[in-house]
Structures are given as C-alpha cells and as structure tokens.
Design a binder for this molecule. Sequence first.
Ligand code: UD1
Ligand code: CA
Length: 449
Amino acid sequence: MAIALIILAAGQGTRMNSDQPKVLHKVAGAPLLIHAMRAGAAVAPDRTIIVAGHGAEAVAKAASDWDEGAEVVIQAEQKGTGHAVAQALPALKGFEGKIIVLYGDTPFIRAETIEKMAENPADVVVLGFTADPATRYGRLVADGPDLARIVEYKDATEAERAITLMNSGVLCADAALLAELVAGLGNDNASGEYYLTDVIGAAVAKGRRASVVTCDEAETLGVNSRADLARAEAAFQARARAEAMADGVTLTAPETVFFAFDTVVGRDTIIGPNVVFGPGATVESGCEIKPFCHLEGCHLSTGAQVGPFARLRPGAELAEDVHVGNFVEIKNAILDQGVKVGHLTYLGDAHVGEGANIGAGTVTCNYDGFSKHRTEIGARAFIGSDTMLVAPVRIGAGAITGSGSVITRDVPDEALAIARPPQLNKDGLAPKLFEMYKAAKEKRRKEAK
Ligand code: UD1
Ligand code: CA
C-alpha cells in the first residue's frame, strides 16, 4: 500500500528563544526534523511532504540535503495543525493510500510504532500514550476499544482533563478520507485554531472507525525549549549507549561517551572515557578508541587503535591495524594497513601507503592560503620526526626523510631526503657562552636596583 508522510514543521518555537527555526536545532548531531524524517523513512513512504513556515528556506534545505525527494510546502501563517495539514493536501491530490502525519519537533517515534499504525485496519489511527493528568496534552476520549474524539486540554471539561490517555499528535488515515475531513474543519475553539485532532470526532460522525495505537511517553518526547533539547539529547545518548553495549561494544565509562545519530560501532570494539562522535563515523569490530578522542565522518577498519587525544575529521579512512596516537589530527586522508602515526601530527589531504611510519611532529602543509594540495607517502616510508611535507609532494615507497626536514620536492623510492641546514660543532664554545649569559644577567640585576 502506498504511504505519504506529512511532517509538520512550520512553528517558530518561541520558547527556544532562537533565530533558528525550532526543527533545525540538533540532537546527536542531526536536526530534529531529520530525526522525524528518519523515523518516517521506516515505512518506505512514496511521498514525503514537509510543511514549513518559520525559516522555511533553511528548513527546505535541511530536508532536501537529507532526502532529495522530500517536498516542501509553505504554511505562511500558523493557524493550527489542521490548517498545516490542509496546506500539504493539494500536493497529494490524486494520491491513493495512507497518510501519516508526524511532527518535526518530535524526534524519537520508533519505526516499529509507525509500522504498527500503518498496519492498523481502522479508518483513522492516533498514536496515544499514558501520562500524568497534570500534563496539557490533548485527551483521547475512548468509546469502548475505539476512539470517540480528541479534546484539547484548553477545551476540556474537568472530567475530560482527568483522562490519562494522551494524544501524541501522530496520526494515520486514508488519504481521501483525511482530505474530506480536513476540508470540513472549523476553528470555533479556545485557541481559534484549526485543530487536526477534530478529524477523529468527524470521522466517527460519518460512521468511520477511529482507533488508538499506544507507545511509551519517552517516544513522544517533543522539544519546545532548550531544556527539552538537553533532555532529548540525554535520552538519545542513554539509548545509544545501551544499544552499543548490547551490540557487544565495551564502554568503560558509558555516561561520558557521546554518539551521533548515525554512529556505527562494531562488536568487541573498546571505547574509553570521554569519546565524542560527530556525524558519519563508522568503526568496525575489534578497534580501540582510547580516552578523549573526537571522531567525525571517518571510518576505522578492524583492529585500528586511536588516541588518547586524537581527532579524526571527515574523510579520515583507517585501514586494518592502523595506529593513531595522541595529539594527532587526520582529515581527508587514507591510511593503508599497519600505518603508525604515534604523536603530535597533522595529516590532511594525504594518502599513506601500507606500513609507513610517521614520526612525531610531522605536518602535511596542505594549504597555501588559497588551495588545498595532496601529499602522497609510499608504502613502508619512514618520515622522520618534525618533517614538514609541503604539498603537493610525493614521498616514494621505502624512502626516509631526515628529522626536521622541510620537504618541498618529490622524494624518489628508497631515497634518503635531508632538507635542513648542516650541523656545525664549535669545540669548547659552550662554557664561554654560559659565562656570557651569566654576566649579562648580573648586569641587568644591578641596573634594576
Ligand atoms: C498538539 C495536539 C495535541 C497533542 C500535542 C502533542 C492539536 C490541535 N493538538 O498540540 O492534542 O497532545 O500536539 O504534542 O493538534 N504546526 C504547524 N503549523 C501550525 C501549528 C502547528 O506546522 O499552524 C506544527 C508545529 O510546528 C509542531 C506541531 O505542528 O511541530 C504541533 O504543534 P503545536 O502547536 O506544538 O501543538 P500542541 O498545541 O502542542
Ligand atoms: Ca507542542
């Protein structure tokens, strides 16, 4: 059966106190909107329509960066959730199948939950959850096992406010029926808004069946403030850590490890304390990430060891058994099997061949102020400590660079390159220098008096 998603994301999110639209604030490195789109993607929707309003241009860009096929419609004025859905329906004219409505600011709806809703045979299905009656969610008014209507908190009677079955806002309905029901919505209520929730009562009045699927309150966690955003981050991290451990990853101090929305870590990998993942990191099995590393847009093959205090940036590609040590930064560089980069090094826009050894303090000087240039280091090459590799430059296989060299020209295979001033030894000069320094210090001390 065909499925279309409508994701409501027009609201400003006043309580975020931000210049940015609410749905673009990030949890685990991805905008809230992308979390909602990812959840919806689980039912393989044929169409995805985002309803944007505040910051529509930026919202549209984020949506299409994630999914080129996502369509964006504009709701210029926010007149309620029913009005928002109405803006999306013309784009779905003639669409046959089910429509699922999600909120862009509700990131944690599980794929299984959305699937369950799509499979439910009722004409309209609402996602509900049980919560404390002190909360101000819309109330699901039941009629036996079915649903009679939804009443917004503001419009509810005392008796209705005592109901503990709440509306999450997620809804699934036949496309043609939803269009008919939304067209009939009015705004005669406490907020003067077109409530999407009114479609339930309207469907039942037409003799259609409305039903509820329930989920845990944590799944429907919505973000309205910075405090909510922090809570959402904490909830995401707690779940990601638990999942990683269940998948066979050792976390020495789980509460200090931060994953991104798309981090992948293989079995028997060990992650030490205070490791932070940005988007796009994949770590295969049997790796070790020592304390205080930051990894983003990178890939570690089996047996790679990184850190402590290493930074892997986008395009860092570590083959099997590569060792990257402390205070090493790697960006857009491929390190072939068994490469060792132990200490205090920057490798950017580079390819390092199998088994090469990069000495402490090596720098690929990849940027001339205007353009980036590449460095090629051949297999089994030995780069002496404190070598500056002024790119573009190529070091041959099995070659050596002398410590402290500034390499500006290519080095042939198996050559030794030394590019530093030759050493000068002056016999017996050291004690004389010490005397001079001592006298100079004494003179300064007397003058200061
Ligand atoms: C809505 C539900 C309520 C439910 C609650 C769950 C209605 C009338 N009420 O209330 O029953 O318990 O969500 O969180 O649906 N939006 C637009 N355009 C608009 C209005 C809203 O795009 O004109 C978007 C918002 O950006 C947001 C979502 O729809 O992502 C929900 O809107 P919000 O105003 O937060 O609804 P609630 O009043 O919380
Ligand atoms: Ca809300």
